[in-house]
Design a protein around this ligand. Structure first.
Ligand code: ADP
Length: 346
């Protein structure tokens, strides 16, 4: 549905997007994640047709909509946008807001589509209410249903949950995923919050300084980050140094860790190994002891920060009925099924 080929966009001399390539299949949800200023909004604006690339092409549903020479105007792209500030029409009811973009549909079709969306977003009982009478989460659903109504080829959402309270931020992404699936919507979401990205996206692109650093499933980004930046930005974890022994083994302070290593890692090389909290198991029989220096209760788990003999800190996820105190020494054991290693010289 969406295909970006080597797109670069500049503001004057400033390169805001550099050689960005990205594809998104119909019916899937993509997400762009990255720190503030990395170019996420610029990418959305380029897809929508508000920015013209200085290089590369944007294809939407088999049609080239942006190139250096030619740009299809935004209103002819059939792309929907939901912005951070929802911009609902205060003088229109919920149903009228949702139906706003369907003015040139036949009356019967329009009413059916609005009714379908009201059901889908769970607002049928509030169809005649006005925006000011709705909660933040309900207003958000109206804004999204309004953007979905004309069946855009692509629905883009720019930080859509940032103004919601924490409970809704947790619940709404999962709910939206169901809604988009049921309606067959192809969506591209921008966020700086990885929990939202994980909850919604089939495919995530991690952006940095105008480039897509790595894209793939949440699982792949978490378990197989290709750069230190992605390893650091996605998920929790720490790096511990080690020495490569052979093509599968690295010697570290926590013993010999085994698993597949990138080809650049040669015997004798100094590397950093990524340890996720779930790679470090609490095991009283382990010869490796570490002191608890911080702990966070996570419901089913405790996330312990423990200090090794060297003073280096690692994270350890332990089931929460093991309630250990700060300052206590516990046994820990690394348990990895693959290694994520970065040569120290790179
Ligand atoms: P993000 O959405 O990831 O925060 P943006 O796409 O908004 O990033 O911005 C990317 C970079 O381009 C930033 O450094 C920003 O300052 C710059 N930028 C964005 N819009 C403009 C503009 N209209 N003119 C000049 N620079 C801009």
């Amino acid at each position: 549905m969406l295909d970006l080929k080597n797109v670069s966009v500049s503001y004057g001399d400033y390169p805001a997007l550099i050689d960005v390539s990205l594809t998104l299949q119909a019916g899937l949800i993509g997400c762009l994640i990255g720190p503030s200023g990395c170019g996420k909004s610029t990418l959305l604006r380029t897809i929508a047709g508000f920015e013209r690339p200085v290089n590369g092409e944007v294809w939407l549903d088999g049609r080239r909509v942006s190139s250096v020479a030619h740009c299809v105007p935004p209103e002819q792209r059939r792309v929907g946008m939901v912005f951070q500030d929802l911009a609902l029409f205060p003088h229109l009811s919920v149903a009228e807001n949702i139906g706003f973009g369907l003015q040139d549909w036949r009356r019967g079709d329009r009413d059916r589509r609005v009714a379908e969306l009201l059901d889908l977003v769970g607002l049928r009982d509030l169809a005649r209410s006005f925006p000011h009478a709705l909660s933040g989460g309900q207003q958000q659903r109206v804004a999204i249903a309004r953007a979905m109504a004309p069946r855009p080829k692509l629905l883009m959402l720019d930080e859509p949950f940032s103004s919601l309270d924490p409970e809704l931020r947790e619940q709404l992404p999962r709910e939206l995923r169901r809604i988009f699936r049921e309606d067959g919507i192809t969506a591209l979401l921008v966020t700086h919050d990885q929990t939202e990205a994980f909850a919604m996206a089939d495919q995530i692109g991690v952006m940095r300084d105008g480039r897509i650093e790595q894209s793939g499933s949440a699982y792949r980004l978490y378990h197989r980050p290709e750069t230190r930046f992605v390893a650091d930005f996605i998920g929790e974890g720490v790096m511990i140094p080690g020495t490569v022994l052979d093509d599968r083994r690295v010697e570290t302070e926590l013993g010999i860790l085994e698993g597949w290593l990138p080809e650049v890692c040669r015997p004798g090389m100094l590397v950093d190994i990524l340890l996720r909290p779930d790679d470090v198991i609490h095991d009283d029989d382990s010869p490796f002891k570490a002191r608890i220096v911080d702990r966070a209760f996570r419901g089913a788990h405790f996330l312990y920060t423990v200090a090794l003999d060297s003073g280096r800190r690692v994270l350890c996820l332990a089931v929460s009925h093991h309630d250990h105190k700060l300052g206590e020494d516990i046994g820990i054991r690394p348990e990895l099924d693959h290694l994520v290693a970065f040569p120290q010289s790179l």
